[in-house]
Ligand binder design. Structure first.
Ligand SMILES: Cc1cc2nc3c(=O)[nH]c(=O)nc-3n(C[C@H](O)[C@H](O)[C@H](O)COP(=O)(O)OP(=O)(O)OC[C@H]3O[C@@H](n4cnc5c(N)ncnc54)[C@H](O)[C@@H]3O)c2cc1C
Length: 475
């Protein structure tokens, strides 16, 4: 491949080679591609899902395998160029593509291999939830992953993975058996319960701080047909209160997400009601075998008020992603979030009022009932420590471009509602943090978890090579 003329030809001290020579050397050593700003394909490759940021890395290494990733790490270290990693490109703070850095892009590493006997899957870290869901379903199996099919497993899993079957099967990390990790010195190691257990602990919630994961091994669950769909209910405090109360005691087979938002122009919303404020209770259920029990579990939600729409029906698990397909389109986002054990009437009223007045197009008060299998794992078993709180609560504003005109008013809207409710929660989910500062870290990790994360960081990445993430400072 021709060397682009825009490569700086400065001599790098202590290696006595030009950057162009280094790039040529890297290209000759890897099976994947090295894309520089002048190369065809660079513009596409730097595209991410979150449009708030428009960043131009110095080079994008599209890795074809673990060895390529190791080469890229050694290359960036030799040249002392900061390194970032991209899997699905959904980073809310835009940490996978930054000006002037080298991004290791795993989007091409999407291999999915399923062993139907052990019910385990080996999955390339660049695969998305959607890439795994279809092939797993062919064997009557599934992994609980996030609500949007295009989110990358690389980012999702390293943060924890609050998924569509969380109450039944735990976080995504609770189903992780092992991972292949490229460490800061370019070595390739396995992390599991028995191999490098401290690293295994750290990558389950500690983000991309300890290395680049190139492959995950997951234990899948038997998931055939599920009951899935949406129940749309009227926007009242009583409906929200009823939802919160019920999810605290609901059977574990029932995992749900509530979005309070003005009705989107979705196929399941009657045309004459688009734009109204309504509570959408998206019920995502997995019943292994007995769908009748699922109907009973959903009945109390349906009884909260006369449903405006009710599409819940048996479906293969991957079909549930049709309901969140609009989130796979690139978007601007403003998000504030926390875990909580309760929400006051004042908080619910503030949310209902704010949604009605939001600048649009999507102003969302978002609730998830936690508990179940998530809460049965000890707080110190993984670096994701928010195991006991009953709810995940977020204020989310989405626009379909990343311009200041869209993101600005939505950010102000999110901050305003947030100021009224944030006192009611404790802790936050690292993967939904919009900022990446000390406050984001302190909200994401309780002090004991953070201390341990810093020790693991010191052992595996004392020079903080992996710092384009929710960064843990080495102890
Ligand atoms: C529309 C939307 C819906 C979402 N829904 C959910 C949900 O239901 N549940 C949930 O838990 N989260 C959800 N999230 C949050 C999501 O988990 C994070 O944004 C996650 O970081 C995205 O991962 P990615 O690989 O797509 O992003 P990327 O931008 O590729 O990566 C984000 C960061 O993850 C780290 N990282 C990525 N790949 C690797 C790797 N291979 N090795 C080491 N570190 C890596 C890096 O620090 C990187 O900066 C959602 C986000 C969005 C935007």
């Amino acid at each position: 491949m021709a060397i682009a003329t825009s490569i700086p030809t400065v001599t790098i001290p202590n290696i006595k080679k030009s950057a162009a020579d280094e790039i040529a050397g890297l290209r000759s050593r890897i099976k994947g591609e090295v894309l520089l700003p002048a190369d065809a394909g660079y513009e596409d490759a730097r595209g991410v899902h979150v449009l708030n940021y428009d960043q131009k890395p110095r080079a994008i290494v599209r890795a074809a395998g673990t060895d390529d990733v190791a080469e890229a790490v050694r290359f960036a270290r030799r040249l002392d160029i900061p390194l970032a990693v991209r899997s699905g490109g959904h980073s809310v703070p835009g940490l996978s593509m930054r000006d002037g850095i080298v991004t290791v892009d795993l989007a091409g590493m999407k291999d999915v291999r399923i062993d139907p006997v052990t019910k385990r899957a080996r999955v390339g870290a660049g695969a998305t939830s959607g890439d795994l869901a279809g092939p797993a379903q062919e064997h009557g199996l599934a992994l609980t992953t996030g609500d949007t099919s295009s989110v990358g497993l690389g980012g999702l899993v390293t943060g924890g993975g609050v998924g569509l079957m969380a109450r039944k099967h735990g976080l995504t990390i609770d189903n992780l058996v092992s991972a292949t990790v490229v460490t800061a010195d370019g070595n390739i190691v396995t992390a599991s319960k028995n191999l490098n257990p401290d690293l295994f602990w750290g990558i389950r919630g500690g983000g991309g701080n300890f290395g680049i994961i190139t492959e995950f091994e997951f234990q899948l669950s038997d998931v055939g047909m599920i009951l899935g769909g949406v129940v749309v209910l009227p926007p009242t405090r009583e409906v929200l209160r009823g939802y919160l109360d019920y999810m605290a005691v609901a059977p574990e087979g029932l995992t749900t997400i509530v979005d309070v938002l003005r009705a989107p122009p979705a196929p399941f919303i009657p045309e004459d009601r688009v734009g109204e404020v309504m509570v959408m209770v998206m019920v995502l259920v997995t019943w292994t075998g007995d769908l009748a029990e699922g109907e009973q579990a959903i009945a109390p939600l349906r009884a909260l008020a006369e449903p405006i729409v009710d599409t819940v029906a048996p479906m293969p698990y991957p079909a549930i992603y049709n309901y969140t397909d609009h989130l796979t389109a690139p978007h601007g986002i403003a998000i504030r979030q926390m875990f909580a054990d309760d929400l006051s009437d004042d908080a619910l009223d503030a949310a209902l009022a704010a949604v009605a007045d939001g600048p649009g197009p999507v102003n969302d008060f978002h609730l998830r009932g936690m508990g179940g299998a998530v809460s049965r794992v000890d707080e110190d078993a993984t670096a994701f420590a928010h195991r006991t709180q009953k709810y995940f609560v977020a204020v989310i504003a989405v626009s379909f471009d990343g311009s200041d005109e869209s993101v600005g008013p939505n950010t102000a809207w999110a901050s305003e509602l947030w100021s009224k409710i944030e006192g009611e929660g404790r802790g936050a989910y690292v993967n939904f943090q919009q900022n990446h500062d000390a406050e984001a870290i302190n909200r994401s990790y309780p002090p004991a978890t953070l201390r341990r994360l810093r020790e693991v960081k010191a052992k595996y990445d004392a020079d903080n090579v992996f710092r384009f993430n929710q960064n843990i400072q080495p102890a």
